[in-house]
Design a protein around this ligand. Structure first.
Ligand code: ADP
Ligand code: ADP
Length: 224
């Protein structure tokens, strides 16, 4: 039984059919790259898998639970406790320090400030980002900010991280650094990663690739 799977997903935005029968599955601890040209439906697939967007048709099943069968409150709480998110940019809260940003998912889950910030401090130190703790996101580089965002995405030790073009705003050197950190941390925590990218060098960090083309997933490619 896979950790997260989807079958027959369809989603339209007005006349645009973003997904027209997409399938997906990922096992615990697996890193799967979702590849395909711009506009092929990758982000829409990710939003459906993460329970952010309901598909028009088809099912998303997480640990044997159909996401559509959960109440909004249960889906939100599932997202908060078991999923992590990583986007291209603009995801750190500018008014908070890097430490407070990393602590935020714990705070939203009800953890008190002191223990939340102690965990965030440990996470930043483990990722060799301790020097950034007191800085605002505007005071750190793009690559540093993305590594802080990884620390934040993993602070709750989620079962799955949804990453949409996490290196899209970085040069290749910083992109590689971010990917090395993401893969090492995810493997250590046995966190699965759904990695949306159009960059083959980023996909090379995955265990397996799924190709999306015109809203369908016809091809599955094993990475040797
Ligand atoms: P990708 O991530 O592969 O670039 P998307 O899933 O973002 O593809 O988009 C697939 C198609 O659906 C595109 O034609 C896009 O313009 C359209 N689309 C995606 N989200 C929306 C939306 N919220 N409203 C209207 N059209 C959308
Ligand atoms: P990416 O493919 O890199 O994730 P997009 O620009 O395709 O970025 O999408 C960014 C956001 O805008 C997504 O939430 C997507 O659903 C939404 N979106 C994409 N295309 C459209 C569109 N044509 N109209 C409205 N919203 C859209």
């Amino acid at each position: 039984m896979s950790l997260l799977s989807a079958a027959g997903l369809r989603k339209s935005f007005g006349p645009t059919e973003a997904l027209r029968g997409a399938d997906f599955e990922i096992d615990a601890g697996e890193i799967v790259a979702v590849m395909g040209p711009s506009g092929s439906g990758k982000s829409t697939l990710l939003h459906c898998l993460a329970g952010i967007m309901p598909p028009d048709d088809g099912r998303v099943v997480y640990r044997e639970r159909d996401l559509a069968s959960l109440s909004d409150a249960d889906r939100s709480s599932l997202r908060r406790s078991e999923f992590g998110f990583l986007f291209q940019f603009g995801q750190l809260v500018p008014e908070l320090s890097c430490l407070e940003n990393v602590a935020l998912p714990l705070r939203l889950g009800g953890t008190k400030r002191k223990p939340a910030e102690a965990s965030a401090r440990t996470a930043l130190d483990r990722f060799e980002l301790g020097d950034l703790a007191g800085k605002r996101p505007g005071e750190v580089s793009g690559g540093q900010g993305q590594r802080v965002a990884i620390a934040r995405a993993l602070i709750t030790t989620p079962k799955v991280v949804f990453a949409d073009e996490p290196t899209g705003a970085l040069d290749s050197l910083n992109g590689e650094r971010v990917m090395r950190l993401l893969v090492a941390a995810a493997k250590e925590l046995s966190t699965a990663v759904v990695l949306v990218t159009h960059d083959v060098r980023v996909a090379a960090y995955s265990d397996r690739e799924v190709i999306v083309r015109d809203g369908r997933t016809p091809e599955r490619v094993a990475v040797p």
